[in-house]
Design a protein around this ligand. Sequence first.
Ligand SMILES: *Cc1c(COP(=O)(O)O)cnc(C)c1O
Length: 336
Amino acid sequence: MIGHRGKDIEGLIAAVQPGLQAIFRTQRPVYLSTSSATGLMEAAVRNGARKRVLSLVNGAFSDRFYRISLACGIETDKLEVPLGNGFSADQLSSALKGKDYDAVTVVHSETATGALNPLEQLAKAAHAAGDVVLLVDSVSGVAGARIETDGWGLDYVLTGAQKAFALPPGLAFCAASENVLERAKQKKDRGIYFDLIEFDKYIRKNQTPNTPAVSLMFALQVQVEHIMAEGIEARWARHDEMAQRTWRWVDELRERGVGISVLAPEGYRSPTVTCIRVPEGQTGSAINSAMKAKGFVIAPGYGSEKDMMIRIGHMGEHTLDELEVLLEALGEVLTA
Ligand SMILES: *Cc1c(COP(=O)(O)O)cnc(C)c1O
């Protein structure tokens, strides 16, 4: 172990910073939080929202963002689309029109449904409506799905360690725009643990405000180097290939008479997770158990539709070859 103040930890934080910025595609500092990702969802609204929030809800995690905003005492409305769908810029523009929202929450890759939101267009729509910030949960996006924090004008992006970063759980990362920090400064009730002004002050000294999970940061350093060696563009491309292979496989099986389909419509599909409707008469949990018996970990659906779906996480360090083996086993389970 090394101490949490001093040259060693400062060297570690300084060493991971350029890699994290490259992964987030930002020139802004990337803050390190010793918490799960949900902590930085709370930080998003505590620091970045003034009075009224619009939450784009298309699954369990975006609904969590909505509930967090309410729980922080902010007036919050939700805009919903059917499960599996994403939001278009037009939908957001009309929801913002004539209203006094100052922030929008959105989940980039809705892990509960496999839906991907078009962040670049949503950020444009938010900014066109006035001083409205887009607060982005990209927990199953960053390090797997293309994201351009600066290039797309995203005001706040958060992620966790345990999804596409493929790290042990316990750390979360975020980047915030000047606008979000300005808003934070004016808020008297932004709390202590997730105060972005403190995060910002300390990262400039290559430190964290409180004692971080130092041991997890050793893992972070190794993984950031690994991701840089693969190249972020190549990493995104690998995720795209795995996703497209999964979608093609679903089509192939359907053509052979197996009643499955990808939940998210084309154009709104996440490259890191695919949610599949299961054939009538089968359940997500039974398929999950059968796969477990074969040595594979997939997941049933999430939330209300748990048993009507299965989810495959093709993210992190998984490869196309490994995915092929999994799909073959899943095919056997579905046709048994
Ligand atoms: C996993 C996940 C979260 C929650 O992350 P925790 O680290 O468990 O707090 C939030 N949002 C999305 C989209 C997720 O996939």
